[in-house]
Design a protein around this ligand. Structure first.
Ligand code: FES
Length: 103
């Protein structure tokens, strides 16, 4: 079982939004899709854009980097645009209203 770290209050991140948090010295994008939370490394593999500030496509369960438009699957971190390079996806859980992420 991985160690989960508290990231933010679930109520502070409405559906369709993302936020960048710092956990153990790393930037992590936490994203809410219809009440389901996802976590990816925040740094886009293109030029480091902040995925926590990206556009959320709830229907496709994807986030698009705000700098140049690369998109990523929120469940797997797979790149879905060409050229496609992945980001790391992290396990997420919600405990007592807190979103927790395992690095
Ligand atoms: S930095 Fe993300 S698409 Fe360029």
């Amino acid at each position: 079982m991985p160690d989960f770290l508290p990231a933010l209050d679930a109520a502070a991140l409405p559906p369709g939004r993302g936020e960048t948090v710092e956990l153990a010295g790393r930037r992590i994008a936490v994203i809410n899709v219809g009440g389901q939370f996802y976590a990816l490394d925040d740094e886009c593999p293109h030029r480091g854009g902040p995925l926590g500030s990206g556009w959320v496509d709830a229907a496709a369960c994807q986030v698009t980097c705000p700098l140049h438009g690369w998109a990523f699957d929120l469940k797997s971190g797979a790149g879905v645009t060409v050229p496609a390079r992945p980001v790391r996806a992290h396990p997420v859980r919600v405990v007592d209203g807190k979103v927790e992420v395992a690095l």
